[in-house]
Design a binder for this molecule. Structure first.
Ligand SMILES: Nc1ncnc2c1ncn2[C@@H]1O[C@H](COP(=O)(O)OP(=O)(O)OP(=O)(O)O)[C@@H](O)[C@H]1O
Ligand SMILES: [Mg+2]
Length: 1038
């Protein structure tokens, strides 16, 4: 990567990390881990108060959430808040229950493991509210398909039903859960909630028959009476006023203004319809609820024998009707007891006191088991039949440590449960952590923590534990009482460091511990329990007689709850204590294989008031919730650890060396990665297989950076993918192009083959034609001949002669000779015609003159051929050169031709310069202004020239003409021209005589001269010794 770009990216990651780190809540610290005085309880409470006063009810201790009940609506559970927390890294936003839920959900989705969220705290601290918020969060934020909406609705609506049957108003909480609840929410691989499963623990059955002052029975009784339709109530034999029922009016709180039973009834009825309850189910269920109310109103009186009787059987009848049992059998069962003595059964009457006990036991058993049936029924509607693997998030809403003034069997169970859960926490977070550090070879300062296994053992150890001793006392024949149980305890576990009684404590413990009490030193603090009622509650006996009645009930729910098999089983059913211990054991087994998250709920005051922060109460809860201990551990250890592979897998994109693949050992990869993103040495430690990060902020900074880099990765992946697609497209196109090209080349090649084949045929035909070219026209040579003709003609086109003088002609092939001749002639004729058309009058005249010259001299006189090339002039003397006098003498005659000549005297042959001027009538020999001789044409007898190349011409005159002086002997440079002009003017062509050798000329009457002609090396004219004129000329071509 470009180093500059890389630097910018690093800078951006760094800024991003720092940016989120500085945006922290200013009011208190949102994580107790960041407290300076982390060991001070006051600092802890101060921080909690500061935040509470600002309505900030949530604070972290690492990943544990501390929640303070605000007792008011804070507007922090809106859908937009849910969206805000969705998918955001844990420490990025202020602490919230949604952050815990989202963190567990996201971890579950990404690591495909199971989780649980343990919510604990005092009654009224907000556990149930928190679990509902979590459920709502999942319902709103998880992905959803239409078909799975029903599963989500059932999960949500199971709550109001369970609350109606399992919650009640207490002094501490108007909606106090009187059972422990563990709920599994099952998610499919897409993270959609698809089903669930609920387990209930230790429903407080005693509430059915007795409530403390100011408290109520379970909500459902009041809701049915307040909201139930009139005919339903009539059918159940109930009146609307709850005060009419003993079981509802002992706490004197039958009418509770803070609760709206009527409205709640509607919600519950609506929920029933969604979670698959049939009409018959509801009829049976409310039959049982009504029969419990009727049971409470049965009064027993004592007959004279001291046995119990029922004076008014009105209620008995209603119960018998509603439960489908025989009224007399029921009455019998309530007032008598079957005792099995060896082989026979003895029926003995009960005292009114015992009958009340039997009645209440029946009411508790019926209600308790119906509640269990209800949970099972809800579970069957929540079950997801799809067998694909699911991941779960479990919500455990369970009572926290309860420390009252008087603590009974229930508190003992509850606090035992908390010990167990604390043990889980210890095992999961402390012990496991320490062991892990050791295993990883990480330096660890050991933290002193209290391992509460010793207390758990005190309670649950077989044969030696408190529960075992209690069971033993319950089963022991003979008179076992709560006191004997206490004595047995002192005997067995009296030595235990966490056990104390008044007797064992000696004088010191007298003030604190009563005679019937024992004290346990729980991990969170001391709790004193009163043994009164321990045996009875642990036994939870229902007389066999009554059980039989219930087994035979025609009410289907009861029949499912009270199985006949139970009657036949001679073994005593497990005691409540053992049952609870076992169910707790299986709960812990279930939890131990899941990833934990913790929510600790704190109640700010006892009066349910908003904005009231009771320091004393809160300190007490901080102590019993073990928060200081937890904080101490968190501060000492590392907040986060992950296996190198996982850490690298998640964050490898933050460093170019590890992205996209790191091929070396994962540990080295992580080291390179954290160096690159700038971890400081105190922030982390590297173990053998894991990285340990001390501060959560380091982790979430890394997470932030990862979030940021994801976008870049997505863009890169997208680009690569688009590139792939593009390339695929390109390769496809290239293949197509290659195919097209191949086809096209094929076409071209085939065309070429055809062309060549055609060419071969043409050439073959041509050769054949050539071979047979001399034969007459036949198919074999026809084409060739046509070609030759055409070719010749086409060729000829470019070689036709350009003018008449051009004698060239393209040689024709043999077969075209005749045609060529014809063409040549045609062409010549055409050229001649063209030439003739182009000849001017002047030229024509000259040509005619040349024709005349030709007729006269051609082949007769030397130099003729040369003369042909020289055009004739109109005249060789300008009119201006002729003396005006001469012109005057000539008179009206027009000078047709004039030429300078040398005239030789006829006698002495003296040469003189003269002009020969020709008119239409006569020829004049002129010397300057004088006409020396006029020869009229009528007197002209002829003209003679030699056959040689000299320029001598002799104009012969008639000797009879006296006007004439004799023949004129002239030498002219243009003899052909001059003679021709003269002849044409005279119009006598045959008057020219071309002589050879010599000629005679007339000098004067009777006297003739001779001119001899011959050739020599140079021209010369002279009078020879004979008095003849000798003319020597150079031989020339004629
Ligand atoms: N987050 C909250 N915001 C507003 N009010 C709350 C919140 N949590 C709890 N409350 C109030 O406190 C009351 C008691 O809460 P809740 O029923 O959850 O307590 P609990 O811990 O389940 O108690 P118990 O152990 O008795 O069941 C609620 O009815 C509600 O009025
Ligand atoms: Mg609750």
């Amino acid at each position: 990567m470009d180093p500059k770009k890389e630097e910018v990216r690093r800078e951006h990651i760094r800024l991003h990390m720092e940016g989120t780190l500085t945006a922290r809540d200013k009011v208190g610290v949102q994580d107790f881990v960041l407290l300076d005085a982390h060991t001070s309880e006051s600092a802890f409470v101060d921080n909690l108060r500061k935040r509470f006063n600002e309505n900030l009810i949530y604070t972290y201790i690492g990943t544990l959430l501390v929640s303070v009940n605000p007792y008011q609506e804070l507007g922090i559970y809106t859908v937009s808040q849910m969206e805000l927390y969705q998918g955001v890294s844990f420490f990025e936003l202020p602490p919230h229950v949604y952050a815990i839920a989202d963190n567990a959900y996201r971890m579950m989705c990404s690591e495909l493991n199971n989780h649980f969220i343990l919510i604990s705290g005092e009654s009224g601290a907000g556990k149930t509210e928190a679990s509902k918020k979590i459920l709502q969060y999942f319902a709103v934020t998880c992905p959803m398909t239409e078909s799975l909406q029903i599963a989500r609705d059932r999960l949500l609506l199971s709550n109001p039903v369970l609350e109606a049957f399992g919650n009640a108003k207490t002094l501490r909480n108007d909606n106090s859960s009187r059972f422990g609840k563990y709920m599994d929410i099952q998610f499919d691989f897409q993270g959609i909630p698809v089903g669930g499963h609920i387990i209930s623990y230790l429903i407080e059955k005693s509430r059915v028959v007795y409530q403390n002052q100011g408290e109520r029975n379970f909500h459902i009784f009041y809701q049915l009476l307040a909201g139930g339709e009139a005919d339903r109530l009539a059918h159940l034999g109930l009146e609307r006023d709850p005060r009419l029922y003993k079981y509802l009016s002992q706490g004197h709180r039958a009418k509770e203004s803070s609760l709206n039973d009527k409205n709640d009834w509607k919600t519950v009825s609506n929920a029933f319809s969604v979670i698959d309850f049939t009409k018959a189910d509801l009829e049976n269920l409310f039959g049982i609820i009504a029969s419990v109310l009727h049971l409470g109103n049965i009064c027993f009186e004592e007959d004279p024998q001291g046995c119990a009787t029922v004076p008014d059987t009105h209620e008995i009848k209603w119960i018998a009707k509603l439960l489908g049992v025989c009224p007399s059998v029921l009455l019998d069962a309530l007032t008598h007891r079957k005792i099995e003595a060896k082989t026979e059964e003895v029926i003995c009457p009960l005292t009114p006191g015992h009958s009340v006990y039997a009645r209440d036991a029946m009411a508790k058993a019926v209600y308790g088991r119906t509640f269990t049936w209800l949970v099972n029924k809800i579970n069957s509607s929540l079950v997801n039949k799809d067998v694909t693997k699911k991941t779960v998030i479990g919500l455990l809403d369970i009572y926290g440590f309860e420390v009252f003034d008087k603590n009974g069997f229930e508190q003992f169970c509850i606090n035992y449960c908390n010990e167990k859960l604390q043990q889980l926490l210890i095992e999961r977070t402390l012990k496991a952590e320490q062991a892990e550090y050791e295993m990883e070879g990480i330096e660890w300062e050991p933290i002193q923590y209290f391992n509460n296994k010793i207390i758990c053992d005190l309670v649950e150890e077989r044969h030696k534990g408190i529960i075992s001793i209690l069971d033993e006392e319950c089963l022991r024949p003979g008179p076992a009482t709560d006191l004997s149980f206490l004595e047995k305890l002192e005997e067995t576990v009296g030595e235990h460091a966490h056990f104390q009684t008044r007797k064992l404590a000696g004088p010191k413990g007298r003030k604190r511990i009563g005679w019937m009490e024992f004290q346990l030193l729980h991990y969170a603090g001391e709790v004193t329990y009163c043994t009164k009622g321990f045996l009875e509650k642990n036994n939870d006996l229902l007389y066999r007689h009554l059980k039989e009645v219930l087994c035979r009930s025609s009410n289907r729910i009861l029949r499912e709850c009270f199985l006949v098999a139970e009657l036949e089983n001679r073994r005593r059913p497990p005691t409540v204590g053992t049952q609870f211990k076992d169910s707790l054991g299986s709960l812990l087994e279930m939890l131990i294989c899941k990833e934990p998250s913790y929510i600790r709920c704190i109640k700010p005051n006892d009066t349910k008031e908003p904005s009231k922060f009771d320091d004393f109460l809160i300190r007490h809860q901080i102590k019993y919730l073990g928060l200081m201990e937890h904080l101490r551990v968190r501060r000492a250890g590392f907040a986060y650890r992950r296996r190198y592979e996982h850490f690298l897998q998640r964050y490898k994109s933050l460093c170019p060396d590890t992205w996209p693949h790191w091929h070396g050992p994962p540990g080295e990869g992580v080291e390179r990665l954290i160096k690159y993103i700038g971890y400081r040495p105190e922030e982390y430690k590297l173990g053998k297989t894991k990285i340990f990060i001390r501060f959560p902020r380091t982790l979430f900074a890394t997470e932030d950076a990862f979030e940021f880099s994801k976008h870049q990765l997505v863009a890169r992946i997208q680009a690569t993918y688009k590139g792939r697609l593009g390339r695929r497209e390109y390769v496809k196109k290239r293949q197509v192009t290659t195919k097209l090209e191949a086809h096209w080349r094929g076409v071209l090649a085939r065309r070429e083959v055809q062309r060549r084949r055609w060419a071969v045929q043409v050439i073959r035909r041509f050769i054949k034609g050539f071979i047979h070219r001399h034969r007459p026209l036949c198919p074999d040579n026809e084409e060739f001949i046509v070609f030759v003709r055409k070719n010749y003609i086409l060729n000829l086109r470019n070689h036709v002669p350009k003018n008449v003088l051009d004698k060239s002609w393209l040689r024709p092939p043999g077969i075209l000779e005749h045609a060529s001749d014809l063409l040549r002639k045609m062409c010549l004729r055409n050229l001649v015609r063209k030439y003739c058309r182009g000849v001017t009058d002047e030229r024509r005249a000259m040509m005619q003159q040349k024709v005349v010259t030709s007729e006269i001299f051609r082949g007769k006189k030397e130099g003729y051929a040369d003369s042909l090339r020289q055009p004739f002039a109109t005249s060789r003397i300008d009119e201006g050169d002729i003396h005006p006098k001469v012109l005057q003498l000539i008179g009206s005659e027009k000078v047709e031709y004039g030429v300078p000549v040398i005239k030789y005297d006829r006698k002495g042959f003296k040469a003189r310069q003269r002009q020969l001027i020709l008119t239409r009538k006569a020829a004049y020999v002129v010397e300057m202004a004088k006409i020396k001789q006029k020869i009229e044409y009528s007197a002209l007898k002829g003209v003679s020239t030699s056959s040689l190349s000299d320029g001598i011409l002799v104009i012969h005159v008639s000797p009879e003409d006296i006007k004439q002086k004799g023949d004129a002997v002239l030498q002219c440079e243009h003899p052909f021209e001059a003679v021709t002009k003269l002849v044409m003017l005279v119009k006598k062509e045959n008057m020219v005589n071309v002589v050879q050798g010599s000629l005679q000329f007339y000098i004067s009457p009777g006297k003739e001269g001779t001119i001899v002609f011959h050739t020599g090396l140079e021209e010369h004219i002279y009078k020879d010794k004979n008095g003849q004129l000798t003319v020597v000329s150079v031989r020339r071509k004629s």
